[in-house]
Design a protein around this ligand. Structure first.
Ligand SMILES: Cc1cc2nc3c(=O)[nH]c(=O)nc-3n(C[C@H](O)[C@H](O)[C@H](O)COP(=O)(O)OP(=O)(O)OC[C@H]3O[C@@H](n4cnc5c(N)ncnc54)[C@H](O)[C@@H]3O)c2cc1C
Length: 422
């Protein structure tokens, strides 16, 4: 076929794969996406609106900070963002408190971070500068953020990579897409198809061979010949695909990139019972605690009677034996403790529930990546376009918010541009 030299296979129909495919197809390339699941989106997991009363997200939910690629796409798609508004609380084991953002040692923390020249792990940084008893609360909240928010292991996580987050006192503006991330995925998938991209579901790639071009093999026996293949699978899945030796060697750089796990639980209730009582929780957004499922949030400013539970980081391994119903039960126990309510009352008011330990998802094996002190060097190796097999996806993003949808979209775009420049 005359267009044989134009063919590019993209492995994975997540944000990175769809973005790369669209750019390549728009530039006239023939593109095939091979996706193991029976849907697009990957770690963006839209749930049916009927289940939770709105287009809920079982995977990615928030748009963090500036996110220029995401915002440009939303603009193109005619979609809008709704900023999160309200009050954050914490539970100290006995009562709900208005979350205090300022630690008395914050200035010392900033000074130590400012002076940092060479990278070291967060745990080493805290041991070196803040080992004394007086810093115990600050150490606790830093570990809680590194584990809970970044899903990272403080013993391996890069202090330099996290410095900007801490220096800004948070993660910038957070918002949700009206219509959920599913609306963005639907737009991208329609764009891909509109430009002639073939999206094959249930296509589990098991091996890639490289020569002048590449040959991609699926577990079902299908074989695809192409000129370039873009691998956007989550990092743990790279180990499950047979790769040519040189590519395998390059892929081993991924060992220097952290990959964290998350447990996410959505509970829909008959009514927003947490607003009853004296605690003035009408505008509750996030609630932080040390319960088994430690973080919860509402859909504020939307009024849906839904609470979302979140547990991130290496300690999620302690829950690896729990199935979805066990996780829902653990979530209800945590809520009962925080709100001092009988667990049966809470359980009885549940209308719909979903829980996922993402480490158990066969095509994710975790939630998202985070930086170690060696990650930037690893990303440079992985991003090298030195053959027909290219790596892309959130873990390759060298900007500030790796591990996000923005990171995946930006990486997909960058990989497509690299191919188009060749
Ligand atoms: C619970 C959870 C909550 C999150 N919350 C947020 C958030 O609020 N905001 C945010 O910005 N980010 C969030 N993230 C992170 C965000 O979802 C990811 O960073 C982003 O979606 C990754 O996109 P990707 O294209 O790189 O990878 P993926 O979305 O994982 O896409 C890769 C695709 O490859 C497929 N695949 C895997 N193996 C194979 C194979 N062998 N053959 C063929 N296909 C294969 C997968 O099925 C998948 O569709 C969250 C992630 C999780 C899990």
């Amino acid at each position: 076929m005359s267009d044989r030299s134009e063919h590019i296979v993209v492995v994975g129909a997540g944000a990175a794969g769809l973005m790369a495919a669209r750019e390549l197809a728009r530039a006239g390339k023939r593109v095939t996406i091979l996706e193991a699941r029976d849907r697009c989106g990957g770690r963006i997991h839209p749930l049916p609106a009927a289940q939770f009363g709105y287009a809920a997200d079982g995977g990615a939910e928030f748009v963090h900070g500036e996110a220029p690629v995401t915002r440009a796409l939303l603009h193109e798609a005619g979609l809008s963002l709704q900023a999160i508004e309200g009050t954050q609380r914490s539970f100290d084991g006995t009562k709900l408190l208005r979350e205090i953002h300022h630690d008395p040692h914050e200035a010392e923390l900033h000074a130590a971070l400012n002076d940092l020249k060479d990278d070291l792990t967060v745990a080493d940084f805290l041991r070196r500068h803040f080992a004394a008893d007086e810093y115990a609360r600050m150490r606790h909240s830093i570990r809680r953020m590194v584990e809970g928010y970044d899903a990272a292991d403080p013993e391996r996580a890069s202090t330099l990579a996290l410095r900007e987050e801490w220096m800004n006192g948070g993660h910038g503006m957070q918002a949700r897409i009206v219509g959920g991330y599913g609306a963005l995925v639907a737009f991208l998938a329609a764009e891909c198809r509109g430009h002639g991209v073939a999206i094959r579901f249930g296509a589990v790639v098991s091996a890639i061979e490289a020569g002048r071009g590449a040959v991609v093999r699926c577990t079902g026996g299908e074989v695809f010949a192409c000129d370039d293949v873009i691998l956007t699978v989550p990092l743990p899945l790279l180990r499950e695909i047979a790769l040519p030796e040189a590519v395998r060697e390059k892929a081993s750089a991924a060992d220097d990139i952290g990959f964290g796990n998350v447990v996410k639980i959505l509970l829909r209730f008959t009514r927003p019972w947490w607003r009853d009582g004296a605690a003035d929780l009408d505008d509750l957004t996030f609630l932080l605690s040390d319960e088994t499922i430690p973080v919860w949030w509402t859909q504020r400013p939307a009024e849906h009677p839904v609470l979302t539970g979140w547990f991130g980081g290496p300690r999620t391994a302690e829950l690896s034996g729990l199935d979805a119903q066990d996780l829902v039960d653990a979530g209800i126990d945590s809520l009962a403790a925080m709100f001092a309510r009988p667990r049966d009352d809470i359980a009885r008011s549940v209308v719909a529930a979903i829980a996922a330990n993402w480490a158990r998802d066969p095509f994710a094996r975790g939630a998202y990546s985070w930086a170690t002190p060696r990650t930037r060097a690893a990303q440079t190796i992985l991003a090298r376009a030195d053959g027909p097999v290219l790596f892309s996806g959130e873990a390759l993003y060298r900007g500030r918010d790796m591990g996000t949808v923005e990171a995946a979209l930006a990486s997909g775009l960058e990989t497509a541009e690299t191919i188009l420049r060749r």
